[in-house]
Structures are given as C-alpha cells and as structure tokens.
Design a protein around this ligand. Sequence first.
Ligand SMILES: Cc1cc2nc3c(=O)[nH]c(=O)nc-3n(C[C@H](O)[C@H](O)[C@H](O)COP(=O)(O)OP(=O)(O)OC[C@H]3O[C@@H](n4cnc5c(N)ncnc54)[C@H](O)[C@@H]3O)c2cc1C
Length: 458
Amino acid sequence: MRQTTIIIGAGLTGLTAAHTLRKQGKEVLVVEKENRIGGQIRTFEEQGFVYESGPNTGMVAYPEVAELFTDLAAYGCKLLTAREEAKQRWIWKGERFHALPIGLKASVQTTLFSWHDKLRILAEPFREVGTDADESVAQLVRRRLGDSFERYAVDPFISGVYAGDPERLVTRYALPKLYNLEHTYGSFVRGAIAKMRQPKTPRDLLATKKVFSAEGGIQRLVDALGRSVGETNIVLGASNLHLQPSDQGWKAEYTQADGTVCSILAQQVVTTIGAYALPQLLPFVPQTLMEPITCLRYAPIVQVSVGFADVQGQRNEAFGGLVPSCENRHILGVLFPASCFEGRAPKQGDLFSVFVGGIKHPEVLDMNDAELTQMVLAELRHMLRLPADVQPSLLKIFRHRHAIPQYEVSSGARFKAIDALQSQYRGLIVAGNLRNGIGMADRIKQGATIIPQELADI
Ligand SMILES: Cc1cc2nc3c(=O)[nH]c(=O)nc-3n(C[C@H](O)[C@H](O)[C@H](O)COP(=O)(O)OP(=O)(O)OC[C@H]3O[C@@H](n4cnc5c(N)ncnc54)[C@H](O)[C@@H]3O)c2cc1C
C-alpha cells in the first residue's frame, strides 16, 4: 500500500493540511470535486477592481496563520494587513452608522448603548458565573452586559461572522474564547486583564488582532498553497468520490472528468467537506452515527460586490458597517475593501462587499438577480448616502447555500459523533468547518494541527 494520506477537499483546510504534511516530507493526495482549488475562497479581477466572491479578510488570530504566510512567501504569496485608518467598525442605529467605540472616552460617549448598560459594566467583574452550559450568546451577553450591548454589538457581530442568530448559537461552541473568559476567570473584564498580563512566548506574539488578506486578493493564499503542495498531488474534477475501509487501509474511488474510474489505497483519510456531503462520501457509516453530524444547519449568504469607477476618491475611513437585526434593514452588513487595502478599486473609485441573507433570511437565496440588485443598491444608496445618479460599473452576485455552519445546541452531539467515528474507523479524520471554528484563521489552525503526529509519522 502507498503510504499516502488522502485529503478530501482543496479548500483552505485541505490545502493547509496537505502543505503541513508535505513540509514533513509525507506523501499526500488532495482530491477535489471542482475543477479548481480554493473552495469558498475566490478572487476576481476586472476593470481595475479586485473583488472576492467569498471571504474578504481573516484575522491573524493564531501563530499558525503568521507561520503559513511565512512559508508561502517562497510560493509568491504576500501577506497584506488592513490599513490602520480603516480599523473603525460601524454599526447602524436610527438611520445612520455610528462608530463602534474604541477606548474609554468613546465608550462613555457612544449612543449605541444605553446609560443603564454602560453603568452596569462597572459591576460586570462581580456578576455571578452562569450555570447553563448551553447558554446562547444572546443570553450570556444580556446577563453580563445588558440588552443594548446584545442588540448593538453582539447581534451585528454575529451577523458579520456567522450570518447567524445569537439566540441560537451556543457560546461554548460558537465563541469559546468568550465562554472561557467567564468560566476560567469569572468575568469578561477580569479575564481580559488576566490574559493581557499573561507572559507570552515569541510564538504567542505572532497571533494578533490584525486583519489579513493577500496581495492581489485572498485567492493568492490558496494558489500559493496549491504550488507548495504540487500540482501532481492534487486531483481536480473528481466526482462521485466515496471511501471504504479495508484490511489494507482506505480505498477511495472516484470518477475523473473523462469518465475513468480511479481507485487509490491509502493509510489515512482526512475529510474537509461539509456535513451534508459526508453520507455520500462515507456510505458505510450507519445512519444513527451520521445523523448528529448531518443535522448541522448552515446559514446561506448572498454576497454582492459593487464597484463604482469614480467617487472622486471619497472613501469611507472604516473596515465596514454592520446592521443589527432590530433595525430591520435588508442587508447584514457591508465591507469597504478599497479602504482596507491598496489596489482593490480604480484610483478614484470605490468597492463594496455587501452581505445579505443569513440564517434569519434564507429566502434571499431564492431572489433573482434583478431583485437582489435593486435591493442592494437601494440599501447602499440610503445607508451610505450615495447619490442616486451614480451608477455602479461593476455588480456581481454570489450565492452560497452552505456558507457558514451554525454552532448551535446540537454541536455537542456532533463532536461526540465525530469522535466515535474516528475511533471506530482508524485512520479517518473528520475535519473542516463542522468543528474547530468557522473563520479562515480557524481553518488554517485546524489544517496545520489536525493530523496527529503518530498518524503523520507513517
Ligand atoms: C460568503 C462567505 C463569506 C465569508 N467571509 C469570511 C470572512 O470574512 N472571514 C473569514 O475568516 N471567513 C469567512 N468565511 C469562511 C471561510 O470562507 C471558510 O472558513 C473557509 O474558506 C473554509 O475552508 P474549507 O477548506 O474548510 O472549506 P471549503 O472552502 O468549503 O472547501 C471544501 C472543499 O471540498 C470540496 N468538496 C466538497 N465535497 C466534495 C466531495 N464529495 N469530493 C471532493 N471534494 C469535495 C469543495 O468543492 C471545496 O473545494 C466566509 C465564507 C463565505 C461563504
């Protein structure tokens, strides 16, 4: 048998895992159903605009992210971090965007939160620790910080990250760092201070709150991963892929674009695909074991990239704006990529990345292009005060049915089922964004660490 690891899916997780194994001198084969690598990550270039169909930016939240960019410099990928001037986040309230406060003075002055809640924060370190392990993000924030913080900070943040519903996302799964602040240190404030004071190794310091992309767009990251893994180690256009455990290891069978059926034997297999696609891939797994995994809900997102060739260089000095659900608008939020990074729009122009839909508005996915265009332009004009006579020179619509998995109360059972599956079928690793986090930084960290050394050492 070939001492190979098969990695299923050439998205960021699969490619990072393959890159990590290749660095250790191991043999890998990445099998991908599409004719391109990158999965949800894709950048387009047109008329002087550089725009994304999926993620726009990630956060250098773990050392693994910084280390990956260091590795990939040799393959032509250059890390870009967002301009300092564009770090401000906006929140929509009462017919205009407000800056999310940074620092004490701005926090006191902001009208986003009520005076009652601002004063309540002083008592946050002394509030009791919650006892409901499955407490939702909304419940936790209301309990510790107050209603206005839930509605005007956490709800829009959850829309921006999960396109989700804070009443249904369970804190210990969806925001484990926040959950641990309360459960390890007794309070958010005390936890944040303790974390700041903790001694840090040089490696710890690689993790920052910096927002990243890559020069030329985020696809350059996966393109560089593709080069590092090597073209010959990636199979594209593999349809009808399914796995079977056997005495000699794992047998993977798939159909190539030309109709040829291929079969490979490998020591181990790492899946990085969505929960909904696993039953077809793993037909031997009993339905009772698979059901807690496949019941995972995904938020749909429609992303609309809107470019204006000439706004006389008048750009917003911010990262973007988010919209709380209680404000009842038609968009989840809008990003300003040209404010964050050089070269994303023509010199005098501007680019917007508008997100609509999410778990609360799945019907948006079924709107046609004309309806979406009208809705998004009306919202952009109203919310950003764009003159009605200025027409976009670029408008692209991207629909994602399974955009973001929702770490709701079912997550505990899903993680247990994955553990059971992996211990029952040795050499199978079920990875991807169905666990260990949904952002690009989480995907990189998982890809870099998911394969245990004893399995890697084959
Ligand atoms: C609209 C949108 C906006 C986002 N915004 C952000 C953001 O701003 N910041 C951030 O950090 N993250 C964001 N994300 C999340 C981020 O894109 C993902 O975390 C990341 O790209 C997922 O990578 P992955 O490799 O785990 O999955 P994927 O990219 O989904 O890759 C899985 C791969 O598996 C392949 N595959 C599926 N089934 C099979 C099969 N049966 N056989 C073979 N191959 C198969 C797929 O074709 C795909 O290439 C966003 C996601 C979306 C959709």
